[in-house]
Design a protein around this ligand. Sequence first.
Ligand code: OAD
Length: 250
Amino acid sequence: MMADETTLADLARAVGAARTIAVLTGSGLSAASGVPTFRDAQTGLWAHYRPEELANPEAFERDPTTVWQWYRARRQTLAEIVANDGHRALADLANELPDVRLITQNVDGLHQQAGHSNVIEFHGNIRVNQCHNEGREVEVDDAVDTPPACPHCGGLVRPGVVWFGEAIDPQAIERATQAAQACDVFLSVGTSAEVHPAAGLADLARRNGAHIAEINPDATPLSDRVTWIVRDSAARVLPELRRLSHNQHA
Ligand code: OAD
């Protein structure tokens, strides 16, 4: 592996020269905004639950109030959070480069807050509410302690996120697959690369000839298959990557 500065300069050259770039972000990108990562978020009252035990349809059907309250606590945390320099750098790169496709596993909406339009939300959005029976998006008062009733069918309302064991929106799958197949460079940012199918997108890109970069302070199962590894916070690395690739264009 090259020293990080050389790696970043080399990656910036590839980013500047790429026709299409695909980016997959995970909760590590939002860490610098103060959002605990998906697996680090279990504190206080929730410390004795594993996230996988709560983020699934069976848990909601068995005990809707507990799952609702867990998401309510997450929503309250997110209400006080703003996008960071990493989100902003990605939004700027998308404006400056010919074709950047952003896929996020995050449900926090911070890419959009940073001005990024056209985000592929792979796991939905926690700010949205949907009917658990019908799957449709609904408008309800969600500042309550138990799941509201769907205004259309009376079923239980839940957050609009994708739970373990649930299908990803086919349109999101389609767009993400196309992005992975089309890209020359694939950036894997702040994700543990453990949860499929999102984690498989980098390998799909690689099979189609793309080079992969991992931006993450820690190793992941993907690390042994990437061209560039930058072991630092995404909020520090992405603005620098943008600056270096920009200078190269100028
Ligand atoms: P994880 O909590 O699994 O992983 C977060 C990753 O971010 C780890 O690899 C950390 O090393 C890395 N990280 C921490 N701080 C960082 C920083 N400042 N900069 C860059 N990276 C940093 O979260 P995800 O990979 O997002 O899905 O989890 C993927 C999916 O698992 C989630 O979307 C969620 C869960 O299943 C659903 O809820 C459907």
